[in-house]
Ligand binder design. Structure first.
Ligand code: PLP
Length: 394
């Protein structure tokens, strides 16, 4: 079969591949501790499930579901009250997860050869989606010493001939949250260029310590016309399987995404939109988010502390999302069990094969010195998995 050059240029998602392998081993009876998945271990709050069930029972099973308009209004209200961003419901599009919001945005904005600036380490899907749109990802390198944050100067240096800048705070995979001042400085740089900004704020409700989320589009009056805010319910409300996300921004871009969707998925699932409406409007959902955030914060402190107690493992304290992204490169060059460890892939292979611990090699995110561990798993599992890693790396 002759597959398209387009699809041949793309790598499959490493996170999905490792999660699938860990689940397969678990199904075979192997006691694997998985730090691979990027999804909350909590169940979706009950009031959200009930709203979706009620919509099904009420026959809300057609195209253009009944709750669609109310959901757009609820998202606009959330953006106004929580983020201080004023957008009309017409400036919002609801999608199949944040993933579709990004995919269709790149389809709507990128012509063959267009450059898209992506801070590295990055979420695995950005570069592949840019390539699928015919564009060229250009990485802005960051280091652990620099807090895994880009500088305004990097944006200015790379902006010439580039079309878009992706921002992701709090970040997958680094767990880093930019401060408002840092984003302000980046905003000032952006405004000296022609870049549009795709601001991925999907982890905004998961910040820890003094860190606070910032809605990038609110940082300057000139930003809304060139910023698309992308978000979704998966991480905040423990709704990964529901596949519901959204994007808010310039009307022309939102209309373009809608046009693509009209030939693609038409609209997200009818009763899922009813559940999403409850997520944004039922106070019980908001209460559940508060509890989940608290628990993630407890785990973030515990996991980073335990990782840093292992020789040759250096982790920044996460200030958001649910990942630790430690530098493990001090172990490269060793043979662990019968695996010669020389990079993040072989490190992850040794962890899985020798210690039954699944983690994601940093190379998938553009940083080969690190591996990603998700703390979206219970404390007992965190301790069990890190005990195993500590024993393996002795
Ligand atoms: N953005 C980031 C940074 C993510 O980590 C993810 C999911 O892992 C997404 C967007 C997309 O999430 P979803 O499509 O599940 O809404």
């Amino acid at each position: 079969m002759m597959l398209s050059k387009r699809v041949q240029s793309v790598s499959p998602s490493a996170t999905i591949a490792i999660t699938t392998r860990a689940k397969q081993l678990q199904a075979e009876g192997v006691d694997v501790v998985s730090f691979a998945a990027g999804e909350p271990d909590f169940d979706t709050p009950k009031c959200i499930k009930e709203a979706a069930k009620a919509a099904l029972d009420a026959g809300d099973t057609k195209y253009n579901p009944r709750s669609a308009r109310a959901l757009l209004e609820a998202i606009a209200a959330k953006l106004r009250s929580e983020n201080g961003l004023k957008v009309a419901p017409e400036q919002i599009v609801v999608t199949f997860g944040g993933k579709q919001a990004f995919y269709d945005t790149f389809q709507a904005t990128i012509d063959p050869g267009d450059k898209v600036l992506i801070p590295a380490p990055y979420w695995v899907s950005y570069p592949e989606m840019v390539k699928l749109a015919g564009g060229e990802p250009v990485f802005l390198a960051t280091t652990a010493a620099g807090g895994f944050k880009i500088t305004p100067q990097q944006v200015l240096d790379a902006a010439d001939g580039a079309k878009a800048l992706v921002l992701n705070s709090p970040s997958n995979p680094t767990g880093v949250t930019y401060t408002r001042d840092e984003l302000h400085a980046i905003a000032r740089a952006v405004l000296k260029t022609d870049l549009i900004v795709l601001s991925d704020e999907i982890y905004e409700n998961l910040t820890y310590g003094d860190a606070e989320p910032t809605c990038f589009a609110t940082l300057d009056a000139a930003l809304p016309e060139r910023t698309l805010t992308i978000n979704g319910l998966a991480k905040t409300f423990a709704m990964t399987g529901w596949r519901l996300g959204w994007a808010a921004g310039p009307s022309e871009l939102i209309a373009a995404i809608r046009k693509i969707m009209s030939h693609e998925t038409t609209n997200p699932v009818s009763f899922v939109q009813a559940g999403a409406l409850a997520a944004y409007t039922d106070p019980r959902a908001a209460e559940a988010v508060v509890e989940m955030r608290k628990e993630f914060e407890r785990r973030s402190l515990h996991m980073a502390e335990r990782l840093n107690a292992i020789d040759g493992v250096e982790a920044l304290q996460p200030t958001g999302a649910f990942y630790c992204f430690p530098d493990v490169s001090a172990h490269y060059g060793r043979t662990i069990g019968d695996v010669a460890v020389g990079d993040s892939l072989s490190f992850a292979a040794a962890a899985l094969d020798q210690a039954n611990v699944a983690l994601v090699p940093g190379v998938a995110f553009g940083e080969d010195r690190c591996v990603r561990l998700s703390f979206a798993t219970g404390m007992e599992q965190i301790d069990k998995g890190i005990d195993r890693l500590a024993a393996l790396l002795k």
